[in-house]
Design a protein around this ligand. Structure first.
Ligand SMILES: Cc1ncc(COP(=O)(O)O)c(C=O)c1O
Length: 391
């Protein structure tokens, strides 16, 4: 989509918002398909795709378990249909979280949910408040609908500064349409504790919507973390985004969802595409129930993350203590050329996350991929004597 077309669609959406009109789904469908809402993916040359170690997009390297493959394969018979049995996916998700079906909105990945929430609360020029770096889809979406983000720096230890978020939200209350909190945060892998989430929700102006992105929820071990779903049930203006792309390994199949009050879901619904395919609907139902496979993915992922970060620390490079399926290592030089150096060794690592451009984000892959990564790291970087304590 050309910049001028992008501006046209964004401008149209904003204009309709100013007029208090919720544009119909077709208009926004076009915007969503073609606008720059999706987060930038590092470009891996496709002819090299299978040869690369894929450590750049926080995917699940093991793929869906047999139970989910079987469920998806049995849904091919609906490939030619529009309305068809879908395993009661919405009902099953609602049951899983102890909410009602009217509290759930499905998206083609949680990326779509982030866009839909952005459109719902920012259209007409309201701003999104959050930290930087974080998962920037909502910020990009804000730009595409002609508004912007108020971005706050992280603390020195890379945690999110809740006090400054509360202050900014109160100081700029009339400008802000939405607060975005990624928990755990991408790219740092750090959590916001349950006490801090409560502090934030208690400190924000009354009624200010908060989007809490729990894409990496299933990987957390730290007992100070908790899901924020209970706040939805309590009636706070909180929207939770969840995805089947990470723990459930369905990134390529596109399935995510929002949990929010029935009223909020109703406001969001006109902006959603409803373009979820039959296979992933059935796969999603099974994935929710296959907790043994999820536990297996979590264990394998965390074991490999701990092994790899241990090796890097022993080699003299500090890693931020992640609670996710990826981690950041401090490399002490600009990341962009380093990404190329790794690519030449057939290892794809994460993109730059300004202002943390001297850190590298690495997704956890298979044991073989992590060995290839560590070997490449040691070829690219010299061993260092550690002088600072880890954060
Ligand atoms: C924090 C966060 N939220 C949302 C997403 C979007 O994932 P998907 O659209 O595949 O559900 C990602 C993907 O990497 C992410 O890291």
């Amino acid at each position: 989509m050309s910049v001028s077309r992008r501006s046209f669609v964004g401008g149209l959406a904003a204009a309709l918002g100013y007029l208090g009109i919720h544009p119909d789904t077709d208009v926004l469908a076009q915007a969503r398909n073609q606008a720059p809402g999706a987060s930038p993916r590092p470009s891996v040359p496709m002819n090299d795709y299978d040869a690369m170690a894929h450590l750049s997009s926080n995917e699940n390297c093991w793929g869906p378990p047999d139970s989910v493959m079987k469920a998806m394969n049995s849904a091919w018979k609906y490939a030619n249909r529009y309305g068809y049995p879908d395993g009661n996916l919405v009902g099953e998700i609602a049951k899983h979280h102890g909410v009602k079906p009217e509290n759930i909105l499905l998206g083609a990945g949680s990326g779509e949910i982030l866009d839909v929430v952005g459109t719902t609360f920012l259209l007409g020029g309201k701003k999104v408040l959050g930290v930087e770096p974080t998962y920037s889809t909502v910020y990009q979406h804000a730009t595409s609908i002609k508004t912007s983000a108020i971005k706050l720096p992280l603390n020195k230890d890379y945690t999110q500064n809740i006090a400054s978020m509360i202050k900014a939200a109160n100081d700029h209350a009339s400008e802000i349409g939405l607060v975005y909190l990624c928990n755990p945060n991408n790219p740092t892998g750090l959590i916001v504790t349950k006490d801090e989430v409560k502090q934030l929700l208690d400190g924000l102006p009354k009624g200010m919507p908060v989007l809490i992105d729990e894409a990496y929820h299933h990987f957390v071990e730290d007992p100070r973390y908790a899901t924020s779903v209970p706040y939805v049930i309590e009636g706070r203006p909180v929207i939770i985004a969840r995805t089947f792309s990470k723990i459930a390994a369905l990134a390529g199949m596109r399935l995510g969802y929002a949990i929010a009050s029935a009223e909020t879901i109703q406001k969001m619904r006109p902006y959603s595409m409803g373009s979820i395919n039959a296979l992933v609907k059935w796969g999603g139902v099974t994935a929710l129930k296959d907790t043994a496979s999820q536990a297996d993915v979590k264990k394998k992922t965390l074991d490999l993350r701990k092994k790899t970060t241990g090796e890097l620390q022993a080699y003299g490079y500090e890693c931020i203590p992640s609670e996710t399926n990826f981690f950041m290592v401090e490399i002490g030089r600009e990341i962009q050329p380093v990404i190329q150096e790794f690519a030449q060794k057939k290892v794809a690592v994460g993109r730059p996350f300004p202002p943390m451009t001297k850190h590298m984000r690495v997704s956890v892959g298979t044991a073989d991929e992590m060995d290839r990564f560590t070997k490449a790291f040691k070829e690219i970087f010299p061993a260092k004597t550690r002088t600072t304590a880890g954060v």
